[in-house]
Design a protein around this ligand. Structure first.
Ligand code: PEP
Ligand code: MG
Length: 886
């Protein structure tokens, strides 16, 4: 079994096996770029190790062989006392998990080789001892779980003994002393001396990287990002190059385009005389990459050349890490870079213009989740709000919330339902919980590539980083800015696009992309790269997609908005929403009716109101199909709750008031009480039990359609019966409805379809029979999931889904994204058997899944005609329906 690959043996398509970092290092090596030599231990080795706790057979020997050939290539031996080869041991999973797993640098240093390193570095003692103390620190913390603060504390002590705040002021002797202190700390916590054998260091470091796959923060990150738990990480063993050898050395990160806006240009940060970790941690402030041109023009030009080459090769935005060791440039990493949602669209458009990709590929490169993000509202700023600070717009969005300073507090307050802004000097992987809980993240240090920025972008959370006018005092729970003090509990607003920070709560307005969808921004006539890119890609998606997209809407206003967003009809109009407000009383009368006359009177009063509702909706959806669902929920939902009513009656009786009416109501509520109302008297069952109810609704629909037609419009009503489980139910409703329709429409030319929801498993399994009585099916995947899994849709998410997610029983709630294997199978069966019984049967979906990207792909695959979703999801569904085709 081959567990170890030299960089020259891999390529970018081997990410499963070599991880992202290893695969791309191999790719760069094969492109002839200056990559420090090294090798990659596969994810398979990691998985085998994690399964058994032992290195798999053969791994040790393969590492030995690759190490030997590395030593031959470099003409140095690992940890050689005179001229040591040093290596870094780096994690690298298939999907990037920034800062979540471990890295150990400078492996191969010990009490002897530190002297050799110094000699090789031209007698640079300071550098050698600094490298050694970094090794003990990283190795101790990562491999042996020595508390990191102890090392930091010792470092602080060394600095204060020297009377400085700056690491760079510590000289070789100070650092030698620090190494001694670190070794003592190591001994105290591990009960053993710091290992002096280079190969032992290497093996332990490799093991620690394997194990870091299961570190708590890594598990949490994967859950958040929906990264499968069983991939494992690869381990890269890479020849060390040093950015901290003096002023002609340094390290940096760069993007080939702006990862926030997509704009072309040079985006990166550089830090002279430093190691890579210093940049990512945002500990010292970096300078813009452009300044490297002054410092080292040769390396700068070479770097720009390599960046252009990488973009052309990957045909995408790349991010890179590099180090300059005494004027020689080394590439330490590249990958197709993370980007904001806006940048994803803009860059896809640019790459089409540049001829690097076609529009189908552009459609691949963006997704519905990104589009949804671009539809977030923005701050509405007037003179009243002046920014108090400006940092870097690290992850876009507009967030207001209560200031908190610790991850724990963020979690606590979010649990109370508060919107919070986590304010930190800089974040580190331990802040992950707080970042998840927060609405937004504000840091006073760190650039676009700092931990806060990278993680927030990944999570789609608003983040402003490096707002250095802000003085954060975590212990005192406050920050000061522009002469003002902001305490925990105060409200601030942050704009992740502009990087501006405001005190107080700033009101919000629709985003540009929403304005475009609303029709108030014309992409042909405005100079806005994002809107133009969205327009272009959406147009392409619309041209490609086979699925139609409808909306779920119950009001004229929603219908109109959804239509502007591109809805091609209504897939679900829930009529029960029309029974609320001041109509509740009429519904009450209907429910309480004792004699047929009373019931008819109540229905007659409701009829014109319903008709007016439908007329408005048909008008807004003129020419497009409108699926109106007959009333679905149990009627007692329209009555006051039992307990409250009982108390009211008791109190009124006590006071000697006349309670005859309330008593009647109470009796009705008692009569209608159900232990399990979701499986009780609702949907078609109501229509069969309460005379005249469905008839009234059918009449209202038909009359509204006729009124529309008379007014010159085109109404296309589709009457939908909910909760059908047997064809006989549908046939009964249908017979009555057809009579009314025939009577109402006469020769008006109006055509009314009658169909059913498929939301009870039995309906899916007898779809062939049901199709005989239905002109269309609409899958109610909310109830189909509820009844398919037996999960109460109103209770389970908060009650126990967290545990199911934790155990990996499913990776995402089946109410959010369709369960392809189970509920999806019911959909597939019903679609096939329904169409077999009635060719041309119209099929759609109107559960929440209709607006979920992954589910849209599934509905495309099973051959539905349309999806229907809430107005705001309509553009997302259009985009994903297009993506499902290309
Ligand atoms: C469904 O069950 O999926 C559906 C659309 O109906 P409702 O959500 O109203 O029960
Ligand atoms: Mg339903």
């Amino acid at each position: 079994h081959k567990y170890v690959y030299d960089f020259s043996e891999g390529n970018k398509d081997l990410k499963d096996l070599l991880g992202g970092k290893g695969a791309n290092l191999a790719e760069m090596t094969n492109l002839g770029l200056p990559v420090p030599p090294g090798f990659t231990i596969t994810t398979e080795a990691c998985k085998a190790y994690l399964a058994t706790g032992q290195q798999p057979d053969g791994l040790a020997g393969q590492i030995e062989a690759h190490l030997e050939s590395l030593e031959r290539a470099m003409g140095k031996r690992l940890g050689d006392p005179q001229d040591p080869l040093l290596v870094s041991v780096r994690s690298g999973a298939k999907f990037s998990m920034p800062g979540m797993m471990e890295t150990v640098l400078n492996v191969g240093l010990n009490d002897q080789s530190v002297v050799g390193l110094s000699a090789q570095a031209g007698g640079n003692d300071r550098f050698a001892w600094d490298s050694y103390r970094r090794l003990i620190q990283m190795f101790g913390k990562t491999v042996c779980e020595v508390p990191g603060e102890e090392f930091e504390h010792a470092l602080d002590e060394a600095k204060s003994a020297k009377g400085t705040h700056n690491d760079l002021d510590l000289d070789a002797d100070d650092l030698r002393g620090l190494v001694d202190a670190y070794k003592k700390i190591f001994l105290k916590h591990t009960g053993r001396e710091f290992p002096q054998q280079p190969r032992e260091q290497l093996d332990l470091a490799i093991r620690a990287v394997f194990e870091s796959w299961n570190a708590e923060r890594a598990i949490l990150y994967r859950r958040q990002e929906r990264i499968p738990t069983d991939l494992g990480t690869a381990v890269n063993v890479v020849t060390m190059v040093f950015g901290n050898l003096g002023p002609d050395s340094g390290t940096g990160v760069a993007f080939t385009r702006d990862p926030a806006s997509g704009a072309q240009g040079i985006y990166g940060d550089y830090l002279a005389n430093a190691q890579g970790e210093d940049v990512v941690a945002g500990i010292r402030n970096t300078v813009p990459l452009q300044e490297l041109e002054q410092l080292d023009k040769t390396s700068y030009d070479q770097l720009l050349g390599i960046m252009a080459r990488l973009e052309e090769h990957y045909k995408d935005l790349c991010d890179i890490e590099f180090t300059i060791e005494r004027g020689k440039l080394w590439m330490l990493q590249t990958r197709v870079g993370k980007r904001t949602a806006a940048a994803a669209f803009v860059i896809a458009g640019q790459l089409v213009d540049e001829g690097l990709i076609d529009l189908d590929e552009a459609l691949h490169r963006v997704n519905g989740a990104q589009l949804a993000q671009l539809m977030f509202p923005r701050f509405q700023l007037d003179h009243e709000f002046q920014p108090v600070a400006k940092g870097i717009g690290a992850s876009p969005g507009a967030a207001s919330g209560t200031v908190v300073f610790t991850s724990a507090r963020a979690v606590e307050m979010a649990a109370e339902g508060k919107s919070v802004i986590l304010v930190r000097r800089e974040t580190n992987p331990d802040d992950l919980n707080g970042m998840i809980a927060a609405q937004g993240i504000l840091t006073s240090r760190g650039g676009k590539t700092s931990h806060a920025a990278v993680v927030a972008r990944g999570m789609g959370k608003t983040c402003v980083s490096g707002a250095d006018e802000i003085e954060v005092n975590v212990p005192a729970k406050r920050f000061t800015v522009a002469g003002q003090t902001v305490n925990e509990g105060d409200v601030v607003s942050i704009d992740g696009t502009t990087g501006k920070v405001y005190l107080g709560e700033v009101p919000v307005m629709p985003s540009e992309v929403v304005q475009y969808f609303e029709g108030s921004l014309d992409p042909e006539h405005i100079d806005n790269a994002l809107v133009r890119a969205v327009h272009r890609i959406m147009t392409h998606a619309d041209g490609k997609r086979r699925l139609a997209v409808r909306t779920n809407a119950d009001t004229g206003a929603d219908a109109a908005r959804a239509r502007r967003f591109g809805a091609e009809g209504i897939g679900l109009c829930r009529t029960e929403h029309m029974f609320l407000g001041d109509r509740r009383e009429l519904v009450e009368r209907l429910i309480l009716a004792r004699a047929p006359g009373e019931r008819e009177a109540a229905l007659e009063a409701l009829l014109p109101l319903q008709r007016a509702d439908f007329e408005e909706i048909f008008r807004e959806m003129d020419g497009l199909p409108v699926t109106v669902r007959l009333i679905d929920p149990p009627l007692h939902e329209f009555l006051p709750p039992l307990e409250q009513l009982a108390v009211n009656v008791a109190v009124a009786q006590e006071r000697g008031e006349d309670v005859a009416k309330e008593e009647a109501l109470l009796a009705a509520v008692r009569r209608m009480h159900e232990e399990n109302p979701m499986l009780g008297l609702r949907g078609v069952r109501l229509g069969l039990v309460i005379p005249g109810l469905f008839a009234m609704q059918v009449r209202a629909i038909a009359e509204a359609a006729v009124a529309c037609a008379r007014g010159g419009g085109v109404a296309k009503p589709e009457i939908m019966v909910p909760l059908v489980g047997a064809v006989q139910e549908l046939e009964t409703v249908r017979a009555e409805a057809e009579k009314i329709i025939a009577e109402v429409v006469g020769d008006s030319g109006v055509e009314v379809l009658i169909g059913t929801m498929i939301e009870v498993p039995r309906a899916a399994l007898t779809a062939g029979q049901i199709a005989e009585a239905a002109e269309f099916f609409s899958f109610g995947t909310n109830d189909l999931t509820q009844m398919g899994w037996g999960f109460s849709r109103d209770d389970v998410e908060g009650a126990f889904f967290w545990r199911y997610l934790e155990l990996g029983i499913f990776g995402i709630s089946p109410f959010e994204s369709i369960d392809r294997d189970g509920v999806g199978r019911l959909v597939r069966i019903a679609a096939e058997e329904g169409r077999a019984a009635r060719p041309g049967l119209k099929l759609g979906v109107c559960g929440e899944h209709g607006g979920d990207p992954d589910s849209v792909h599934f509905f495309h695959e099973v051959g539905l005609d349309y999806v229907s979703c809430s107005p705001f999801r309509v553009p997302v569904a259009r985009l994903e329906a297009g993506r499902a085709v290309v």
